[in-house]
Ligand binder design. Structure first.
Ligand code: NAD
Length: 486
């Protein structure tokens, strides 16, 4: 059933969700949430004060012991019910994400599936938390290890995947028995508020999930990070902010997970199926309008197939339809804000001034909204800034290589290490190159690697910790050892 924008926006709660209650900010402040396709406000939501942040932590601390003692099956079933209700409300969640973030509706529906699957996966993991029992080597004592919830967690999420970046933290935390304070990105709070309402509806007890929306981000978060009652910080966002938060978390020696920026290389070897590589490139580059930490940022193509790959890729990029994400047939939505368009333009101009050639696109859109054309660049020198920095937009720079060693060297020549993609029909090359890539994830012959059943995360300046898979729940568990003398 089609969903009306008006009734959807009327149904979204706009307050803070603290201790099972919806309330205004303590100083009554609100902040506008903008539609990036028009620049116009959609709704106003509460703008939390630092005192509201502390109230949310108080609620999470108060709820922790009872939540940890709740049967794993009950925690799992709440997640399962939430998974089912999100699925039932796919159209509502998809439209909300398109409105506040800009991605085309079809992609937003894809995120509803991806995001809700974390709840399904972790509903199944809640009952598999277990420990170990062994006899000490000298036979004198027994060694028991158990897993316990780490405790109250602060979750800070970015704007690019408003649902999934939340569910892949909230899902394992609920499954593990942790309570939480969630601070969504200022640009896209609506999806998280709708999710909080849904979690309330399926019976998450008061105080377990608290959501605070704020523009006073640093003032609200820092005192929580320095509060000894907080036991874990999990952050998804940019590397500079992540670094700062790690420094703040050193005071309490907090458990920390950091899902930070990327600079993904996309390698096309001479033996690749070029059409398949182009298909993969479209996904790796254009999913989420290029605004993904996993977005292919640098294309390295073997010189023997570079011309064919570049021509076919540019043709597909040039044929995309740009517009408001809610419009039928649109495949490229707006970037998140004016600053994003400026940054993409700046990086493109820098590359062109250093000798790169624009094959297709290359221009921001002049009218309302924050649009930038899908762009392919060839002959991009390694000195161009976009070889080092996250573009976070629809620009694909292509460089050629001559052998595997050069491809691997260029791919690893970055401070980041989130994901790399490679296309080849040679199994042994796929394995050996995967082993040599300094990345947390590698996609072989595919342009999307994210999967709720697999460990997502990076190395180097892309951070540490894993979300999803068996590893995802470990981030929210402590190991306790009990020695038993019989
Ligand atoms: P950002 O770092 O600006 O913001 C992320 C979150 O941190 C937001 O909620 C923001 O309000 C908050 N924040 C900002 N300053 C803060 C401070 N001083 N104290 C506490 N919180 C603060 O990033 P963004 O622009 O929202 O997101 C884009 C970035 O996120 C990109 O670098 C992208 O690669 C990265 N990202 C990484 C992953 C991953 O899993 N590795 C996934 C998605 C996005």
């Amino acid at each position: 059933m089609p969903v009306s924008q008006k009734s959807l926006l009327e149904s979204v709660p706009t307050g803070l969700y603290i201790d099972g209650r919806w309330r205004d900010s303590s100083d009554g402040a609100t902040v506008a949430v903008e539609d990036p396709a028009t620049g116009r406000p959609l709704l106003h939501v509460a703008d939390a004060t630092p005192a509201d942040g502390l109230a949310a932590l108080d609620a999470a601390v108060a709820a922790q012991a009872d939540w940890a003692a709740t049967a794993p099956r009950d925690r799992g079933e709440i997640l399962r019910a939430a998974y089912e209700l999100i699925t039932e409300r796919t159209e509502e969640f998809a439209l909300l994400m398109t409105l506040e973030m800009g991605k085309p509706l079809a992609e937003a529906r894809g995120e509803v599936v991806y995001g809700s699957e974390f709840f399904r996966w972790f509903s199944e993991e809640a009952v598999r938390i277990s420990g170990r029992w062994s006899t000490a080597p000298n036979g004198a004592t027994r060694l028991m290890t158990m897993k316990q919830p780490v405790g109250p967690v602060l979750m800070i999420t970015p704007w690019n995947f408003p649902l999934a970046m939340g569910t892949r933290k909230i899902g394992p935390a609920i499954a593990a028995g942790c309570t939480m304070v969630v601070k969504p990105a200022t640009q896209t709070p609506l999806t998280m508020l709708a999710l909080a309402a849904l979690l309330e509806e399926v019976g998450v007890p008061k105080g377990v999930v608290n959501v605070v929306t704020t523009t006073r981000t640093a003032e609200l978060c820092e005192p929580l990070i320095r509060d000894p009652r907080l036991r874990k910080l999990t952050f998804t966002g940019s590397t500079p902010v992540g670094r700062m938060l790690v420094e703040q978390s050193a005071e309490q020696l907090l458990r920390v997970s950091m899902e930070l920026g990327g600079n993904a290389p996309f390698l096309v070897f001479a033996d690749a199926d070029v059409d398949r590589a182009v298909e993969g490139a479209m996904l790796a580059k254009m999913r989420n309008i290029g605004e993904a930490c996993t977005a292919a940022n640098r294309f390295y193509v073997h010189e023997s197939v570079a011309e064919e790959f570049s021509a076919k890729f540019a043709e597909r990029m040039g044929a995309m339809t740009m517009g408001k994400g809610t419009k039928k047939g649109v495949t490229v939505g707006p970037l998140i804000d004016a600053r994003a368009v400026e940054k993409v333009t700046e990086l493109l101009d820098d590359a062109v001034s250093k000798g790169a050639r624009v094959v297709t696109g290359g221009q921001p859109h002049k009218g309302a909204g924050h649009f930038f054309q899908p762009t392919v660049l060839t002959d991009v020198p390694t000195s161009a800034r976009l070889q080092k920095e996250e573009i976070f937009g629809p620009v694909a720079p292509i460089t050629t290589f001559t052998d595997d060693d050069e491809a691997v060297r260029m791919a690893n020549d970055t401070e980041f290490g989130l994901v790399a993609y490679l296309f080849t029909r040679d199994l042994s090359r796929a394995v050996t190159v995967s082993e040599r890539l300094e990345y947390g994830m590698v996609g072989v012959n595919q342009g999307v690697v994210s999967n709720p059943a697999a460990p997502f995360g990076g190395v180097k300046a892309s951070g540490y910790g894993r979300e999803g898979g068996f590893e995802g729940i470990e981030e929210y568990l402590e190991t306790k050892y009990v020695g038993l003398a019989l």
